[in-house]
Design a protein around this ligand. Structure first.
Ligand SMILES: Cc1ncc(COP(=O)(O)O)c(C=O)c1O
Length: 458
């Protein structure tokens, strides 16, 4: 049991804060890691330890953890118009400018932007829009939504239903009915012997088609997908995957929603994951790097087909009856706009393209390590698959506590990692340099070495 003095921030945290995604009881013993400052892509805790957070917080701190320039924009916005809403025909400059900018950047023609406050809200709202669309077509029974096993799409009741991870549902009586799950496209784990990536992708598309047929296509409304599956441990799709999936969706008139919450704004080496993989969604949700994570803001981009349904339903119901108090908040949208300006000025995509080869090579080189079975990545996102036996791909048994050991040694090596099941997901700040990538890989190898020495001795 760790003891903290009564008035320390640690004791006060334990007494007052309920932490998301944290073992509540264990937190009483371990207490928090309290971050106090940052320098570029490095964060500092209250004991003076400096960490390279290989996940950029929650896949989001694209420009690092502080910014004079964005702070000034937030300050100015707060002084000019610190709040106004965009309900009932009201508007303001930053909401208009940001919406216009997002339409200009969109990877496929989009018609309107619906501003929200988080990735979860964006996806939750997009689910409502899917249902609204099919109601407008006179097909209210077309309602079921498919997502992929291992995907994470948010924590509201609906988006956690989209999230195809049973441990996120346990204890809540979720998912809601009508949220259906199809294969996770993990080629390394699930391909048949000798199966090519293209053939694997085709098999997954065939399975989805069979599932849609079994459900009755007239009841299937949409397919949800993040271009690189973050929740599955930063897993890029196999070759041909989205083309084959899209052919099935088109055949049965199933809408496609691209969750660009982690992939949007450069992560995959293009402005959007949709560009990297040739996706043609009807709607896009985005958040996180939209404001460099410095303000809570997100957006749903919808195409003309969906927008026209909203117009028709407004005639029927008197308005598009949906909205959040803080949607389009002037401070958040001002910061997002300035973030997008910064990306342009720094040639963000060029920067990512220049660092990508080093990132993929340095982390890919870790596959020579006995604990690592595979690495896959694109742009500045990548995942390491951990195995006990490279030949059989056998996993380490749960009682070894591999993840906890890796986390502990990583921190001792000045590294914060995002460990997702058998994968370690890397999504560093987008401003990371080639030299910092090398440092990340050095710390990762030192961590793997220390853990391997430990588990080999068990
Ligand atoms: C792909 C994806 N979609 C949606 C979300 C939810 O975003 P938020 O935490 O802002 O609600 C996340 C969060 O990590 C995500 O990774």
């Amino acid at each position: 049991m760790t003891h903290f003095s009564a008035n320390s921030p640690h004791a006060r945290d334990i007494a007052s804060v309920l932490h998301p995604q944290t073992h509540a009881g264990r937190h009483q013993e371990l207490g928090p890691t309290i971050m106090t400052g940052a320098d570029g892509i490095f964060v500092r805790d209250d004991a003076g330890n400096v960490f390279l957070d290989a996940g950029a917080g929650l896949w989001c701190a694209s420009l690092g953890y502080n910014s004079e320039r964005l702070a000034k924009v937030a300050y100015d916005a707060m002084r000019t118009l610190g709040y106004y809403q965009i309900f009932r025909h009201a508007s303001h400059g930053p909401a208009i400018d940001l919406s216009e900018k997002l339409l200009e950047l969109a990877p496929v023609p989009m018609s309107k932007v619906l501003l929200q406050c988080s990735g979860s809200e964006a996806n939750d709202t997009a689910v409502k829009l899917v249902w609204y669309y099919w109601h407008a077509q006179g097909k209210p029974e077309k309602r079921k939504i498919f997502s992929r096993r291992g995907s994470y799409h948010g924590s509201t009741c609906v988006t956690i239903s989209l999230t195809a991870k049973p441990d996120y549902h346990a204890g809540f009586g979720l998912p809601f009915d009508g949220f259906l799950h199809t294969d996770c496209p993990n080629y390394y784990r699930d391909a048949l012997p000798g199966e090519t990536e293209e053939a694997f992708s085709q098999r997954l598309a065939d399975t989805l088609e069979a599932q849609i047929m079994a459900e009755d296509p007239e009841t299937v409304a949409a397919f949800w997908c993040d271009p690189v599956q973050g929740g599955a441990g930063a897993l890029p799709p196999p070759r041909g995957y989205f083309q084959k999936i899209q052919a099935v969706l088109k055949k049965y008139d199933v809408l496609m929603v691209a969750d660009e919450v982690i992939c949007g704004f450069g992560r995959t080496g293009a402005m959007w994951g949709c560009e990297t993989y040739g996706m043609q969604p009807d709607m896009i949700s985005c958040a996180k790097a939209l404001s460099a994570a410095m303000q809570p803001v997100s957006a749903v981009l919808l195409n003309e087909r969906i927008y026209q349904a909203v117009v028709r339903q407004s005639d029927k119901y008197g308005a598009f009856i949906h909205g959040y108090t803080y949607a389009g908040h002037p401070v958040c949208t001002s910061v997002a706009l300035e973030t997008l300006r910064i990306y342009e000025e720094m040639d963000l995509i060029d920067h990512i393209k220049s660092v990508e080869p080093v990132f993929l090579r340095e982390l890919g080189a870790l596959t020579d390590h006995p604990l690592v079975g595979d690495f896959s990545g694109v742009g500045l996102i990548g995942g390491l698959e951990l195995v006990r036996d490279k030949a059989t791909k056998e996993n380490w048994p749960g009682e070894v506590g591999l993840g906890a050991r890796i986390d502990q040694h990583a921190r001792a090596n000045g590294l914060i990692l995002r460990i997702v099941g058998n994968r370690i997901a890397f999504s560093p700040p987008l401003i990371i340099t080639a030299e910092e990538v090398r440092e990340l890989a050095r710390r990762m190898r030192a961590t793997l070495d220390a853990v391997y020495a430990e588990v080999s001795a068990l």
